[in-house]
Ligand binder design. Sequence first.
Ligand code: CA2
Length: 152
Amino acid sequence: MSLNLFCLNGPNLNLLGEREPEIYGKDSLKDIEKIASKKAQELGAKLTFRQSNHEGELIDWIQEARISASALILNAAAYTHTSIAIHDALKTLEIPIIELHLSNPHSRESFRAKSYIAPVADGVIAGLGSAGYSLSVEAAVSLVNKWKKTHG
Ligand code: CA2
């Protein structure tokens, strides 16, 4: 199994399933990890799935992805809208990057319309709830295979 996908999750996503189910759904992050890992396995990939409430830890993992990952799926949560440091870290990657959100930030408060991730992402999946995680695994595998075809 040569494809290693990183899926990194930002602050407060450890609370999924416990609060605000009307916005983020009923699944816990552990449930989501199980479903997305199964999808990755079906597609011949491994999924490294992590969550942190700390910006610096997320940046350390993004730097680790430079060396160890074939693609990065990132739900940076509120850091999406604030973090130039995460933007800068993502710019150093030469692998496909997918920005992911459970909700659709554009249909919510205006401060969520700004994303520091989108300008450095290959694609964005938002508003599809926990299904977005499996869809982003499919998209990541497809982008890696496309990249391999063009770069040999
Ligand atoms: O929709 C998404 O996935 C978000 O990235 C979630 C972030 C939010 O700041 C972004 O605008 C959109 C918030 C994650 C908070 O997660 C919670 C989960 C359960 C209960 C409370 C918060």
